[in-house]
Design a binder for this molecule. Sequence first.
Ligand SMILES: [Zn+2]
Length: 431
Amino acid sequence: MIRGVDAVPGQPGPLPDEALDALVAVLDEVRMGSRSRAELVVRTGLSRGVVAQRVSELIDRGLVVEGDPGPSTGGRPPRQLSFQAHAGHLLVADLGASSIDVAVTTLDGRILGHLDEPADIAAGPDAVLDRVDELFERLQAGTRGLAGRAWAIGIGVPGPVEFRTGRSISPPIMPGWDGYPVRERFAARYGAPVWVDNDVNVLALGEWRSGIAVGHDNVVVVKVGTGIGAGIISDGRLHRGAQGAAGDVGHIQVAGARAVVCRCGNIGCLEALAGGAALARDGEEAARSGRSARLAAALDRGGAITAEDVAIAASFGDPVALELLQSAGRQVGSMLASVVNFFNPSLIVIGGGVARSGDALLAAIRETVYRRSLPLATRDLLIQRSSLGALAGVMGAAAMVADELFARGGLARWVGAGLPAADMTEDGSAA
Ligand SMILES: [Zn+2]
């Protein structure tokens, strides 16, 4: 029996461990798409009897519904079983350095409502998370057909997160957030479990579950935004590392680079040379020194240069802006060539605001990776742009939450009680 889970009266009780394994296997299949019982037998390798039993348990627990008969192949047409994705909803937020994106989704991560607005992460956790609460409330009140309560909350933040506790740890651009209990705050308010991860892991999960990385088991997802970071899918699961800091490639030192001080305090970090903030800084310098008339005009209009201004200028053929993006692409590519030799991914996904804004950066990254990596590692390597666009963060946060809720370790903690509860993440075993 499952320890620490008390059955609610009227709800089906806890499951023995071996039954739980089969339940998770069947639920995983149904979450991927509607299936008949016969298909489930083939896909899970479980016996007919076990599949029938687990399916009726999932129906009893409100996680699976039986639909109309599907197409007949002779004889009685099989009934299709579907995941009950509307039994409740997920609330997710993707916090950027300068923006908040929130969404309400079905239990399988389909976005039902979405809001975004500019925000300054440096305003501190109280101000930013108060605003997230207000936006969550607005989504819950304003989304038509929203059923059930929030089953879970997912939050992506632009800095290092200790995944087990859901706390930011010494985030360089987030004053006041160090050690802040993001999980406890939302758990207390919504009575639902909360998972917090850094924005790049969230992006990687989104691309892997519903974007361009579907079907790949070894993927590096690089986010080139204000900073630079990477999420790693290794052998079919997100690799967070011992403390959750895996993939922090933005602070790898670039050999022979000019002595630029990074926001982390070190000198010559990749993101201090090739991240969005670096592009903005170098673009503004080119505008002020008169090397680029187009950037100078943008500076006059906006009062400052952003990475987006540099990308726009490059798309109009401005040679200085183009060289800035190409140089950034070569430096990111050079880092990635080392990663490719070390890790041998089948796909690299380039995402983030800077990567979205033009082709020059991606072209320079591709050229450098293929030139600098070993032939065996690049023989079948794909390097592609993120496919989820501006919704990637919230889609990823929803994918993270759905994985934690319905994976074996997560499901074991609540399926006996009937609904996920706020304290199911407490001892960190969902990490
Ligand atoms: Zn650094």
